[in-house]
Design a protein around this ligand. Sequence first.
Ligand code: KG4
Ligand code: ZN
Length: 399
Amino acid sequence: MRILGIETSCDETAVAVIDVTGSRARPRVRVLANIVASQVKLHAKYGGVVPHLAKREHQHNLVSALLMALKEAKLQNPKSEIRNPKQIQNPKFKILNSILAREPDLFARMVPRIAEFPPPKIDAIAVTVGPGLAPALWVGVNFGRALAYLWGKPLIPVNHLEGHVYTNLLPANWKMPNAKFQISDFEFPALCLIVSGGHTELVLMRRYGDYRVLGETLDDAAGEAFDKVAKMLGLGFPGGPVVSRLAERGNPQAIPFPRPMLRANDFNFSFSGLKTAVLYKIHDRGNRATKFGAREKADVAASFEQAVADVLVAKTVRAARQHRVKTVMIGGGVAANKRLRAQLGIALQQQYASAQYLVPSPQLTGDNALMIALAGWFSRNKKSAWRSIQADANLRLDG
Ligand code: KG4
Ligand code: ZN
């Protein structure tokens, strides 16, 4: 089965194509294309992702990302552009226009370049329907609907967070062009710590597609806390990579930041108090006119990162033991964090060594469409006609 994946939930415009053979228990995957067009430089100017700009950029980038993906997958040779788009059969033109009524730029780019292609050899289109920024999500969803209509293909709605979970099924050292792989062997129940810019959740996976959210953040997500601390330290956006690079040079024990909810008897998180503690620390230094140089900044970064890692690791290990899981995974942008990955591995080894520990390839912790295509393959029974698919900004894994 060959699946085209589309992802536009935040600030990456991504399109991928995978080919899956074998059984559900032992699938073999070939990645034919994995294109990610990042908008990060644009949003960095504003210190965070601006939804209407994300929508504009997705409209600009989706068609070229699709054409690049199809070319890389050797699925299509683009024909020359149509001079007069209205030459396209009239009823098709009208329906495409109505599907993309709220994305006129995308419509204008799509019609001359794609509308007269013969359908490529794919079996289904998987698209992220949520959670995420509504205006951004809708661009991808409506693009998926338009392609599904045009090419007569089924559409598979995918939960973005499920995509992050599935990145753990690729080998941890996976990278393009090492395109072929066998899905990692693992046993259920599995526990996944999802840590991204918008979410922090501990999810119990009992079977494919069967999720129970054991706990989640009550305020800021872990990635969001990294982004805000980076801003306070004047480090730019996105904060995770810069804070953790700086943290490598600091002392993680230098400042005793709070470990919010570490002792609470549940699996929820809260990072907003920690963020405020960092702010106070920075102000305090400033007020006392003591030097707040590179050394102090690195200590703040390292001590903050350690506080986040301590809470995430302790709660994940506790949940793993309590629910006697066989596998522990980690997914989302913050799963790129080296301290977190390493310390979770060590804590599991010391306190719950029977669990298998999976981590995603660093190439796949950020948003991408390969994970969406893969999640689409596992939930292919949800495929439906283009008319019945909608975006849902607040979609839950256990909804
Ligand atoms: O999953 P993702 O790419 O997008 C969302 O779905 O939100 O996650 C982005 C988040 C950002 O907050 C970013 O600062 C954080 O992941 N991040 C990191 C690292 N790399 C990215 N956080 C900590 N350490 C990193 N190395
Ligand atoms: Zn994400």
